[in-house]
Design a protein around this ligand. Structure first.
Ligand code: ATP
Ligand code: CA
Ligand code: CA
Length: 433
């Protein structure tokens, strides 16, 4: 198996941060999970708990390699969210805590966020801005109710919100969320779609040097692509998207996109086997490419090994002892994880398979979801105001209000959702006219 991104080992500049993140997650998640389940209260949504870790250990916290502070937000709500998204508590911890911790994805994008994958690629840790963390906390209750009522939501699945801080360092907020892309399938093309055309073009000539770059709206249109769904899947998908977007509009959120990864079943996983180097997506935009050598091949622990570790971990959770780093491992799942089996859009081999007008299965699998949904209109307005002071190109950067953003998004995505047959028919009709 090929490990994507840069492995965060002792020599990595962000090793300490990553280590502290995982130590904090492990401690707080086991702490909450060890308690008897109970109903949520209003206070759970506001809750936050601070812990100090140091090399000697304290009454509450186990000793850690480094001194740092850790803040855990709304632990009961996130416990419930993980439950709702069908994560196995022990499995979550196993995935996020292993000796070779995480891999970091490339240089930060425009937003400056860092992305880390759990070793089995199921989870993504994204560092977020202070304002984004505020947005998530403010929207948590409505988000919670929404995802409970919408088991097939396309919105990013948030599993945790935390903060780390080392002495004299700055505060780093981060979320843990689902990785939309499966570890076991080649993604042959990736698109990040917003329904806007301004600045939504990846320079095609750069595709040669970066064949796996994330493409944008104009690249999609230029290729005359469609989300190829027959009527059954089309309606299911559009209805869910509309419901999800309605929530974002209500919350005055914008700037989100539909992330679409396309796996071509005919091509299968050939590239993964053939390529000596793999290029991974670039967070946030147009910057550098992350090229990874295939010598970062990792050993996949056997099923038995994983089961044993999960059992150990469960035991540890029950006795509420901290889990040493070395005791946990991680796996590369071959089977579809349980949490995806009853999600309408993630159950075809982890994604949503294309279909024809007669609803028979199509040739590609889409891995898709609505991502980057923590940007509040207020933030965008402030940035715009700031930029206006610097330049005069108002029209280029003017953000549109969240209602219009959402309507435009839905219109665009619905417009490109069409079975191949129907798309061809529509083209023929247009030609006649
Ligand atoms: P910006 O604000 O500049 O758009 P950002 O730092 O907020 O960037 P995102 O838009 O959240 O970053 O994500 C950037 C890229 O990272 C996406 O285009 C996608 O390729 C990848 N990515 C983000 N979230 C996920 C996810 N949940 N699963 C898989 N890939 C993801
Ligand atoms: Ca984005
Ligand atoms: Ca963003």
């Amino acid at each position: 198996r090929v490990l994507m991104g840069t492995k965060v080992d002792q020599n990595h500049v962000n090793y300490v941060t990553a280590y502290n993140m995982l130590t904090g997650i492990r401690f707080t998640v086991s702490r909450t999970n060890a308690k008897l389940d109970r109903e949520l209260t209003d206070a759970d949504f506001e809750a936050r708990h601070k812990f100090s870790f140091d090399v000697t250990g304290a009454e509450l916290t186990p000793s850690a390699k480094y001194d740092f502070k850790f803040k855990d937000y709304a632990p009961w709500v996130f416990r419930r969210l993980r439950q709702n998204f069908k994560l196995d508590p022990a499995d979550y911890l196993v995935s996020l805590t292993s000796k070779y911790i995480l891999s970091e994805l490339g240089s930060p994008g425009k937003s400056g966020s860092f992305f880390y994958f759990s070793r089995d690629y199921k989870y993504i840790i994204k560092t977020i801005h202070h304002a984004e963390h505020k947005t998530l906390r403010r929207m948590l209750k409505e988000y919670y109710n929404h995802v409970v009522e919408n088991p097939n939501t396309l919105l990013s699945q948030f599993y945790g919100l935390h903060r780390v801080k080392i002495p004299y360092g700055r505060k780093i907020h981060f979320v843990v969320m689902n990785n939309l892309f499966p570890p076991h399938r080649d993604i042959h093309r990736t698109f990040d779609l917003k329904g806007s055309t301004v600045g939504r073009d990846f320079k095609e000539e750069n595709l040669k040097s970066n064949p796996r770059a994330t493409l944008k709206d104009l690249n999609w249109l230029r290729r005359n692509l469609h989300l190829e769904f027959g009527p059954g899947k089309r309606n299911l998908f559009i209805e869910q998207m509309e419901r999800d977007v309605a929530l974002l509009q209500r919350l005055k959120i914008m700037d989100y996109s539909l992330l679409v990864g396309i796996h071509d079943l005919q091509r299968g996983n050939e590239d993964k086997l053939r390529d000596k180097t793999l290029q991974v997506f670039q967070p946030g935009g147009d910057n550098a490419v992350e090229t990874v050598q295939s010598n970062t091949l990792t050993r996949t622990p056997s099923k038995l090994e994983t089961a044993r570790k999960a059992k150990e971990l469960r035991q540890t959770l029950r006795t509420e002892k901290p889990i040493p780093m070395e005791q946990t491992g991680s796996k590369m799942p071959d089977d579809l994880p349980i949490e995806r089996k009853d999600h309408a859009f993630y159950k075809d081999d982890g994604g949503f398979r294309a279909s024809h007008e007669d609803n028979s299965p199509g040739e590609v699998i889409y891995y898709l979801g609505i991502i980057d949904c923590l940007t509040h209109y207020g933030i965008v307005k402030r940035v715009e105001h700031f930029l206006k002071g610097l330049t005069n190109i108002e029209s280029q950067i003017s953000p549109i209000p969240p209602d219009r953003y959402g309507d435009r998004f839905v219109r665009f995505i619905s417009g490109i959702t069409n079975s191949r047959e129907r798309a061809e028919q529509e083209m023929a009709e247009n030609r006649e006219r």
